[in-house]
Design a protein around this ligand. Sequence first.
Ligand code: GLU
Length: 448
Amino acid sequence: MRLRFAPSPTGALHIGGARTALFNWLLARHSGGALVLRIEDTDRERSTPENVEQILDALRWLELDWDEGPLLQTDHSERHREVLAGLLEGGHAYRSGATAEDVKAYKLAHGAEQGFRGEPEAEGAVRLRVPAEGATVVDDVIRGPTSFEHVHMDDPVIARADGSVLYNFAVAIDDLDAGITIVVRGEDHVSNTPKQQLVMEAAAAAGLTSAPLPRYAHLPLLHGPDGKKLSKRHGAASVQELREAGYLPEAVRNYLALLGWGAGDDATVLSTEELIERFTLDRVSRNPARFDEVKLKWLNGVYIRALPVGELTRRVEAFTGREDLGELARISQEKIHTLADFWPLAGALRDGPGDDPKARERWLGPEGLQALADARSALEQAGDFDEAAVGEALAAVVERRAVKPREVYQPLRVALSGGTVSPGIFESVALLGREETLRRIDSALSRA
Ligand code: GLU
């Protein structure tokens, strides 16, 4: 299999594009084939080096590599001109000055169902001549065959009057020249495919290309959880946003793979190795897939908990830009779903308590302060100060006061972190150590 991912560098890599890249990558790795990366930079205004870099950066973060490229579509312009000239010469294409208005007038005269046919002129845009009879059949690997009757197809414009070629032409020639055997892309391209096949057939008929036509597979649309087309409203929309939201690339790969594809046994947690082994197009659905950030977050939590502590530490250090987070990472691992959850949960243990007046009001009233004072003396007197010893000392306070555990642990948590969230309270106390714990308790007691 020779596959390609062909993004237009018009900004961020969105979730739909990332899924397309992933599916192509998985197929290439599964089949032992090759993945070609082609940057479709024909829109000169928007195809800035920064935008190209943004796409490459997103692919690198997702750890999706490619075997050939990145090729730039604009590097092929000479070849495009040559094929275009050949098509004009062989009568497979013609110049026409017809405007949108002319096309409308044509349809009024010939019926709306009738595909537009222009009169060849000396100048103007280039249109491909759609054969008068027959049909072009797109035999989509996922959706089955669809037949497009030529009589209903307009002669498509394939180049502007200045000779610059349009998307449906450039893509078709580039796919042939790269020897692509299967084009896997989003369903939004379905209506382009017959035009591209016609370009390819014309180029072959004119003797300008010799590669066989690729097959096509159009991936199902992406919806949000509300069943509407995926958009910004549904949360993180680009790979960059997923990264900033603290997701792990391996969890994102796992989740994106499930958007339109499923393992036969409905498994949801699949390592990248398993995905490569099991990924085939016959399990891709035709129905729209739902991107649900809640599920992604859940899955990300599964991956976070499965990381060796050393690896989690490296990730949170890279994410926060802070150092020496090993112990904090260890005691936070069970409580975070994303890397972004980490610092709000545990940062106060490092940087000192924040100040949440609501938390103080709720937990450091007269009862809470008494509980805190009790906890203080228990911790002062505890023999050891490891997690087990701290746990024992605090459990004894709970028992003596005959209250629910949180009536002791929450005041303590507010004293240590300033708020109502922190890693486990025994772990937090043991990590701070006796001196710092007592210091923070004293400071909370003296404030009250
Ligand atoms: N460059 C096109 C896009 O970003 C995709 C082209 C294709 O996959 O054929 O939508």
